[in-house]
Design a protein around this ligand. Structure first.
Ligand code: CTP
Ligand code: CA
Length: 221
């Protein structure tokens, strides 16, 4: 028994985790993207796997190593991320940590856009699908659906709004106005559920991930 290792409360359970940014092509050499590092999502995938969960990590373009025991699917665009998540269903848990690009260029130029002397081109954007809302409302809805919300102001009010709008079970809210959060190693989060708000102390992203995974496991005990 001493050699059996840590308890595996999520053994036999399946999770989908999205992480990183998406990149939306403008033309063959240009993309629209954002500053998500992928660290928090990768740490959550690792922490769920540590608890015995079978994890599919759907990752946008990031340079973070794949956690041990995690199945990783690399994607670029929001639409590819959604398709990879839907292909990974059914699952018990979905955790949408990715900073999905809200919009993509309506048209992708087939060749590199060149300067013409007539001034800059105008990009028309269209909205991307909402992966979290789609999974929350899917016929094969995971029992526990968790979203993240990075905000610079009115963090908890926006998180409550997102919980209702997206139909998920928890929103993990974090305040990215705190210096060093974007791309940094620490995170201060609040867990927003229909039952209320739980504020957690600032901690390394790996520690936040372990606590979140433990709290998720409780839903299955
Ligand atoms: N999300 C998603 N698909 C999108 C946009 C967001 O899955 N197209 C998920 C994110 O992964 C996150 C949650 O929704 O878990 C909240 O993302 P956020 O960008 O904060 O919410 P938005 O609804 O896009 O609102 P806004 O950016 O205007 O604040
Ligand atoms: Ca957004």
């Amino acid at each position: 028994a001493a050699l059996s290792g840590a308890p595996k409360p999520l053994a036999g359970r399946r999770a989908i985790v999205t992480a990183g940014p998406t990149a939306e092509p403008v033309d063959p050499v240009r993309v629209l993207t954002n500053r998500s590092s992928g660290k928090q999502g990768f740490a959550i995938a690792a922490a769920l796997a540590e608890l015995g969960c079978e994890v599919t990590l759907v990752a946008g373009p990031v340079s973070v190593p794949t956690p041990k025991g995690v199945r990783r699917v690399d994607v670029e665009t929001a639409r590819e991320m959604l398709a990879a998540c839907e292909a990974a269903l059914p699952a018990d848990i979905a955790v949408c940590v990715a900073a999905v690009s809200d919009w993509r260029p309506e048209h992708v130029a087939a060749t590199k856009t060149k300067k013409t002397g007539d001034g800059p081109p105008v990009l028309t954007l269209v909205e991307n699908p909402d992966i979290l809302a789609t999974l929350s409302r899917s016929a094969a809805r995971p029992k526990l659906v968790v979203g993240f919300a990075a905000e610079t102001h009115e963090v908890e009010a926006y998180a409550q709004g997102k919980l209702t709008r997206k139909g998920c079970d928890w929103i993990v809210a974090n305040d990215v106005s705190i210096a060093g959060t974007m791309g940094g190693d620490d995170n201060a989060v609040a867990i927003v559920t229909a039952g209320g708000i739980e504020r957690w102390d600032r901690a390394p992203k790996a520690e936040v991930a372990r606590r979140l995974a433990q709290r998720m496991a409780k839903e299955f005990s």
